[in-house]
Design a protein around this ligand. Structure first.
Ligand code: 13P
Ligand code: SF4
Length: 307
Protein backbone atom coordinates (compact mmCIF):
# COMPACT_ATOMS: atom_id res chain seq x y z
CA UNK A 1 0.00 0.00 0.00
CA UNK A 2 2.55 2.72 0.95
CA UNK A 3 4.26 2.30 -2.44
CA UNK A 4 1.09 2.60 -4.49
CA UNK A 5 -0.88 5.17 -2.48
CA UNK A 6 0.95 8.25 -3.88
CA UNK A 7 0.44 6.99 -7.46
CA UNK A 8 -3.24 6.37 -6.88
CA UNK A 9 -3.74 9.82 -5.37
CA UNK A 10 -1.77 11.51 -8.17
CA UNK A 11 -3.60 9.60 -10.93
CA UNK A 12 -7.00 10.45 -9.49
CA UNK A 13 -5.98 14.12 -9.19
CA UNK A 14 -4.69 14.21 -12.80
CA UNK A 15 -7.89 12.61 -14.08
CA UNK A 16 -9.96 15.38 -12.51
CA UNK A 17 -7.62 18.14 -13.76
CA UNK A 18 -7.55 16.85 -17.33
CA UNK A 19 -11.14 15.55 -17.57
CA UNK A 20 -9.80 12.06 -18.26
CA UNK A 21 -11.32 8.65 -17.57
CA UNK A 22 -9.64 5.28 -17.27
CA UNK A 23 -11.31 2.31 -18.98
CA UNK A 24 -9.99 -0.76 -17.17
CA UNK A 25 -10.28 -4.26 -18.60
CA UNK A 26 -11.03 -7.17 -16.26
CA UNK A 27 -7.41 -8.40 -16.70
CA UNK A 28 -5.87 -5.31 -15.08
CA UNK A 29 -4.16 -5.89 -11.74
CA UNK A 30 -6.39 -4.96 -8.75
CA UNK A 31 -4.49 -1.74 -7.99
CA UNK A 32 -5.46 -0.41 -11.43
CA UNK A 33 -8.83 -2.14 -11.67
CA UNK A 34 -10.14 -1.19 -8.25
CA UNK A 35 -8.32 2.02 -7.32
CA UNK A 36 -8.06 4.10 -10.51
CA UNK A 37 -10.38 2.48 -13.09
CA UNK A 38 -13.50 4.59 -13.74
CA UNK A 39 -15.23 2.00 -15.91
CA UNK A 40 -14.45 -1.70 -15.67
CA UNK A 41 -15.50 -4.63 -17.76
CA UNK A 42 -15.08 -6.90 -20.76
CA UNK A 43 -14.29 -5.75 -24.31
CA UNK A 44 -17.92 -5.08 -25.21
CA UNK A 45 -18.67 -3.11 -22.05
CA UNK A 46 -15.55 -0.97 -22.51
CA UNK A 47 -16.39 -0.31 -26.17
CA UNK A 48 -19.93 0.77 -25.22
CA UNK A 49 -18.50 3.05 -22.54
CA UNK A 50 -15.99 4.63 -24.95
CA UNK A 51 -18.81 5.49 -27.34
CA UNK A 52 -20.76 7.48 -24.73
CA UNK A 53 -18.38 8.60 -21.99
CA UNK A 54 -18.25 12.33 -21.25
CA UNK A 55 -14.51 13.12 -21.08
CA UNK A 56 -11.76 14.77 -23.11
CA UNK A 57 -9.26 11.96 -22.62
CA UNK A 58 -9.68 8.19 -22.47
CA UNK A 59 -6.80 6.25 -20.94
CA UNK A 60 -7.09 2.63 -22.03
CA UNK A 61 -5.97 0.32 -19.26
CA UNK A 62 -5.96 -2.68 -21.56
CA UNK A 63 -4.29 -3.68 -24.82
CA UNK A 64 -3.76 -1.79 -28.06
CA UNK A 65 -6.74 -3.15 -30.02
CA UNK A 66 -9.01 -1.96 -27.19
CA UNK A 67 -7.55 1.54 -27.41
CA UNK A 68 -8.08 1.50 -31.18
CA UNK A 69 -11.70 0.45 -30.63
CA UNK A 70 -12.17 3.44 -28.30
CA UNK A 71 -10.65 5.78 -30.90
CA UNK A 72 -12.82 4.36 -33.67
CA UNK A 73 -15.94 4.97 -31.57
CA UNK A 74 -14.87 8.29 -30.01
CA UNK A 75 -12.73 10.09 -32.62
CA UNK A 76 -13.20 13.50 -30.99
CA UNK A 77 -11.53 12.29 -27.80
CA UNK A 78 -7.83 11.87 -27.16
CA UNK A 79 -7.21 8.16 -26.58
CA UNK A 80 -4.02 7.25 -24.74
CA UNK A 81 -2.41 3.90 -24.04
CA UNK A 82 0.28 3.78 -21.34
CA UNK A 83 2.50 1.30 -23.24
CA UNK A 84 2.30 0.83 -27.01
CA UNK A 85 3.80 -2.66 -26.70
CA UNK A 86 0.60 -3.96 -25.06
CA UNK A 87 -0.38 -6.12 -28.05
CA UNK A 88 -2.31 -9.37 -28.44
CA UNK A 89 -1.39 -12.67 -30.13
CA UNK A 90 -4.78 -12.70 -31.87
CA UNK A 91 -4.50 -9.14 -33.20
CA UNK A 92 -1.01 -9.82 -34.56
CA UNK A 93 -2.07 -13.05 -36.30
CA UNK A 94 -3.91 -11.39 -39.20
CA UNK A 95 -3.67 -8.25 -41.38
CA UNK A 96 -6.10 -6.26 -43.47
CA UNK A 97 -4.40 -7.68 -46.59
CA UNK A 98 -5.15 -11.22 -45.34
CA UNK A 99 -8.84 -10.35 -45.04
CA UNK A 100 -8.88 -8.84 -48.54
CA UNK A 101 -7.53 -12.15 -49.89
CA UNK A 102 -10.17 -14.11 -47.96
CA UNK A 103 -12.88 -11.85 -49.38
CA UNK A 104 -11.57 -12.30 -52.92
CA UNK A 105 -11.70 -16.05 -52.51
CA UNK A 106 -15.09 -16.22 -50.75
CA UNK A 107 -17.09 -13.17 -51.91
CA UNK A 108 -20.43 -14.74 -50.92
CA UNK A 109 -19.63 -15.25 -47.25
CA UNK A 110 -19.68 -12.48 -44.66
CA UNK A 111 -16.55 -12.04 -42.56
CA UNK A 112 -16.97 -11.62 -38.81
CA UNK A 113 -13.94 -10.35 -36.94
CA UNK A 114 -13.38 -10.80 -33.24
CA UNK A 115 -12.70 -7.36 -31.70
CA UNK A 116 -9.19 -8.60 -30.87
CA UNK A 117 -7.87 -7.26 -34.20
CA UNK A 118 -6.37 -4.05 -35.55
CA UNK A 119 -8.45 -1.23 -37.04
CA UNK A 120 -7.05 -2.26 -40.47
CA UNK A 121 -8.60 -5.70 -40.10
CA UNK A 122 -11.93 -4.38 -38.81
CA UNK A 123 -12.05 -2.02 -41.80
CA UNK A 124 -12.10 -5.03 -44.17
CA UNK A 125 -14.75 -7.03 -42.27
CA UNK A 126 -18.54 -6.91 -42.26
CA UNK A 127 -19.16 -7.02 -38.54
CA UNK A 128 -17.23 -7.42 -35.29
CA UNK A 129 -18.03 -9.65 -32.34
CA UNK A 130 -16.77 -10.09 -28.80
CA UNK A 131 -16.71 -13.18 -26.63
CA UNK A 132 -20.03 -12.11 -25.11
CA UNK A 133 -22.01 -11.93 -28.36
CA UNK A 134 -20.17 -14.10 -30.95
CA UNK A 135 -22.99 -16.63 -31.53
CA UNK A 136 -25.59 -13.86 -31.77
CA UNK A 137 -23.44 -11.97 -34.31
CA UNK A 138 -22.82 -15.07 -36.46
CA UNK A 139 -26.53 -15.87 -36.62
CA UNK A 140 -27.53 -12.27 -37.34
CA UNK A 141 -25.04 -11.78 -40.19
CA UNK A 142 -25.86 -15.18 -41.73
CA UNK A 143 -29.52 -14.17 -41.79
CA UNK A 144 -28.74 -10.76 -43.27
CA UNK A 145 -26.61 -12.32 -46.05
CA UNK A 146 -29.00 -15.23 -46.48
CA UNK A 147 -26.16 -17.74 -46.19
CA UNK A 148 -25.44 -20.87 -44.18
CA UNK A 149 -21.68 -20.13 -44.03
CA UNK A 150 -19.83 -17.40 -42.18
CA UNK A 151 -16.10 -16.71 -41.97
CA UNK A 152 -14.88 -15.84 -38.50
CA UNK A 153 -11.38 -14.48 -37.87
CA UNK A 154 -8.88 -14.71 -36.26
CA UNK A 155 -9.56 -16.99 -33.25
CA UNK A 156 -9.87 -20.61 -34.37
CA UNK A 157 -11.00 -21.73 -30.91
CA UNK A 158 -13.66 -19.07 -30.44
CA UNK A 159 -14.91 -19.98 -33.93
CA UNK A 160 -15.08 -23.69 -33.08
CA UNK A 161 -16.77 -22.95 -29.76
CA UNK A 162 -19.39 -20.81 -31.50
CA UNK A 163 -19.86 -23.50 -34.18
CA UNK A 164 -20.89 -25.89 -31.39
CA UNK A 165 -23.78 -23.54 -30.52
CA UNK A 166 -25.21 -22.90 -33.99
CA UNK A 167 -26.14 -24.67 -37.23
CA UNK A 168 -24.27 -22.05 -39.26
CA UNK A 169 -21.09 -23.42 -40.88
CA UNK A 170 -18.09 -21.43 -39.68
CA UNK A 171 -14.81 -21.16 -41.56
CA UNK A 172 -11.94 -19.72 -39.58
CA UNK A 173 -8.29 -18.60 -39.38
CA UNK A 174 -5.44 -20.22 -37.44
CA UNK A 175 -5.08 -17.53 -34.76
CA UNK A 176 -5.12 -18.26 -31.04
CA UNK A 177 -4.81 -16.47 -27.74
CA UNK A 178 -1.42 -17.36 -26.31
CA UNK A 179 -2.88 -17.28 -22.78
CA UNK A 180 -6.00 -19.42 -23.21
CA UNK A 181 -4.57 -21.99 -25.62
CA UNK A 182 -2.33 -23.18 -22.76
CA UNK A 183 -5.27 -24.70 -20.86
CA UNK A 184 -6.11 -28.34 -21.58
CA UNK A 185 -8.94 -30.77 -20.80
CA UNK A 186 -6.40 -32.66 -18.67
CA UNK A 187 -6.05 -29.57 -16.47
CA UNK A 188 -9.82 -29.58 -15.95
CA UNK A 189 -9.90 -33.29 -15.08
CA UNK A 190 -6.99 -32.95 -12.66
CA UNK A 191 -8.65 -29.98 -10.97
CA UNK A 192 -11.86 -31.95 -10.47
CA UNK A 193 -9.93 -34.82 -8.92
CA UNK A 194 -7.89 -32.58 -6.63
CA UNK A 195 -10.84 -30.35 -5.59
CA UNK A 196 -14.11 -32.34 -5.49
CA UNK A 197 -17.15 -30.12 -6.05
CA UNK A 198 -15.17 -27.33 -7.71
CA UNK A 199 -17.01 -25.25 -10.32
CA UNK A 200 -14.85 -24.67 -13.41
CA UNK A 201 -15.46 -21.63 -15.59
CA UNK A 202 -13.61 -21.04 -18.87
CA UNK A 203 -13.19 -18.23 -21.37
CA UNK A 204 -14.30 -19.12 -24.95
CA UNK A 205 -10.77 -18.46 -26.27
CA UNK A 206 -9.83 -21.81 -24.66
CA UNK A 207 -9.71 -24.90 -26.91
CA UNK A 208 -13.08 -26.67 -27.41
CA UNK A 209 -12.21 -29.72 -25.27
CA UNK A 210 -11.57 -27.39 -22.33
CA UNK A 211 -15.03 -25.85 -22.73
CA UNK A 212 -16.61 -29.29 -23.00
CA UNK A 213 -15.00 -30.34 -19.74
CA UNK A 214 -15.81 -27.04 -17.95
CA UNK A 215 -19.11 -26.17 -16.24
CA UNK A 216 -19.68 -22.83 -17.92
CA UNK A 217 -18.06 -20.59 -20.53
CA UNK A 218 -18.40 -16.87 -21.11
CA UNK A 219 -16.74 -13.52 -21.58
CA UNK A 220 -14.73 -12.11 -18.70
CA UNK A 221 -17.82 -10.16 -17.56
CA UNK A 222 -20.03 -13.26 -17.83
CA UNK A 223 -17.57 -15.26 -15.70
CA UNK A 224 -17.53 -12.53 -13.03
CA UNK A 225 -21.35 -12.37 -13.03
CA UNK A 226 -21.61 -16.14 -12.73
CA UNK A 227 -19.51 -16.10 -9.55
CA UNK A 228 -21.46 -13.17 -8.02
CA UNK A 229 -24.85 -14.69 -8.82
CA UNK A 230 -24.20 -18.35 -7.94
CA UNK A 231 -21.61 -17.89 -5.15
CA UNK A 232 -20.09 -21.34 -5.65
CA UNK A 233 -18.16 -22.80 -2.75
CA UNK A 234 -14.99 -23.40 -4.75
CA UNK A 235 -14.30 -22.02 -8.19
CA UNK A 236 -11.60 -22.01 -10.87
CA UNK A 237 -11.48 -19.33 -13.59
CA UNK A 238 -9.61 -20.72 -16.59
CA UNK A 239 -8.44 -17.37 -17.86
CA UNK A 240 -5.94 -14.61 -17.13
CA UNK A 241 -4.62 -14.43 -13.54
CA UNK A 242 -5.89 -10.97 -12.56
CA UNK A 243 -9.48 -12.07 -13.14
CA UNK A 244 -9.44 -14.24 -10.02
CA UNK A 245 -7.92 -11.42 -7.98
CA UNK A 246 -10.56 -8.92 -9.10
CA UNK A 247 -13.51 -11.29 -8.81
CA UNK A 248 -12.26 -12.60 -5.43
CA UNK A 249 -12.20 -9.05 -4.05
CA UNK A 250 -15.94 -8.77 -4.80
CA UNK A 251 -16.77 -12.26 -3.50
CA UNK A 252 -14.97 -12.79 -0.18
CA UNK A 253 -17.00 -15.94 0.64
CA UNK A 254 -15.85 -17.86 -2.47
CA UNK A 255 -12.72 -20.02 -2.42
CA UNK A 256 -10.71 -19.39 -5.61
CA UNK A 257 -8.38 -22.16 -6.79
CA UNK A 258 -5.88 -20.46 -9.03
CA UNK A 259 -4.24 -22.16 -11.92
CA UNK A 260 -4.08 -19.26 -14.35
CA UNK A 261 -1.90 -17.82 -17.10
CA UNK A 262 -0.57 -14.30 -17.28
CA UNK A 263 -1.14 -12.17 -20.38
CA UNK A 264 2.23 -10.46 -20.89
CA UNK A 265 0.55 -7.73 -22.96
CA UNK A 266 -2.04 -6.80 -20.34
CA UNK A 267 0.69 -6.82 -17.72
CA UNK A 268 2.58 -4.07 -19.57
CA UNK A 269 0.07 -1.62 -18.10
CA UNK A 270 1.08 -0.49 -14.60
CA UNK A 271 0.12 2.25 -12.16
CA UNK A 272 3.45 3.91 -12.91
CA UNK A 273 2.96 4.11 -16.66
CA UNK A 274 -0.68 5.21 -16.24
CA UNK A 275 0.68 8.10 -14.17
CA UNK A 276 3.31 8.93 -16.85
CA UNK A 277 0.67 8.65 -19.54
CA UNK A 278 -1.53 11.26 -17.85
CA UNK A 279 1.40 13.60 -17.10
CA UNK A 280 2.90 13.45 -20.62
CA UNK A 281 -0.21 12.82 -22.73
CA UNK A 282 1.47 9.74 -24.21
CA UNK A 283 0.95 7.54 -26.10
CA UNK A 284 -1.77 8.84 -28.34
CA UNK A 285 -3.62 6.31 -30.51
CA UNK A 286 -4.45 7.58 -33.99
CA UNK A 287 -6.12 5.90 -36.97
CA UNK A 288 -6.31 7.21 -40.56
CA UNK A 289 -9.82 8.60 -41.04
CA UNK A 290 -10.72 6.39 -44.04
CA UNK A 291 -9.75 3.27 -42.07
CA UNK A 292 -11.58 4.50 -38.97
CA UNK A 293 -14.82 5.09 -40.88
CA UNK A 294 -14.79 1.61 -42.42
CA UNK A 295 -13.83 -0.04 -39.11
CA UNK A 296 -16.62 1.87 -37.36
CA UNK A 297 -19.17 0.36 -39.75
CA UNK A 298 -18.19 -3.12 -38.56
CA UNK A 299 -18.34 -2.07 -34.90
CA UNK A 300 -21.65 -0.22 -35.35
CA UNK A 301 -23.19 -3.30 -36.98
CA UNK A 302 -22.37 -5.25 -33.80
CA UNK A 303 -23.43 -2.51 -31.41
CA UNK A 304 -26.80 -2.17 -33.18
CA UNK A 305 -27.75 -5.76 -32.29
CA UNK A 306 -30.10 -6.12 -29.31
CA UNK A 307 -28.22 -6.36 -25.99
P1 13P B 1 -13.41 -10.28 -23.01
O1 13P B 1 -14.13 -9.54 -24.07
O2 13P B 1 -14.14 -11.52 -22.57
O3 13P B 1 -13.11 -9.37 -21.87
O4 13P B 1 -12.04 -10.84 -23.59
C1 13P B 1 -11.01 -10.02 -24.01
C2 13P B 1 -9.72 -10.74 -24.03
O5 13P B 1 -8.73 -10.26 -24.53
C3 13P B 1 -9.71 -12.05 -23.46
O6 13P B 1 -8.47 -12.63 -23.62
FE1 SF4 C 1 -4.87 -11.16 -26.47
FE2 SF4 C 1 -5.05 -13.40 -25.10
FE3 SF4 C 1 -3.89 -11.30 -23.97
FE4 SF4 C 1 -6.57 -11.34 -24.37
S1 SF4 C 1 -5.38 -12.64 -23.02
S2 SF4 C 1 -5.17 -9.65 -24.83
S3 SF4 C 1 -6.67 -12.48 -26.30
S4 SF4 C 1 -3.15 -12.42 -25.78
Amino acid sequence: WPAIAPFVAAINRLKAQKNAVILAHNYMTPDIFRLVGDFRGDSLQLAREASKVDADIIVQAGVHFMAETSKILAPEKTVLIPDTRAGCSLASSITGADVRLIKEKYPDYPVVTYVNTTADVKAECDITCTSSNAAQVVEAIAKEWNTDTVIMVPDQYLAKNVAAQTDIRIMTWPGACEVHEMFSADDVNQLREAHPGVVILAHPECPPDVLEAADYAGSTAALANYVSEKSPNKVVLLTECSMSDNVAAENPGVNFIRPCNLCPHMKRITLENIYDCLVNGEYEVTIPEDVRIRAKKALDAMMALPK
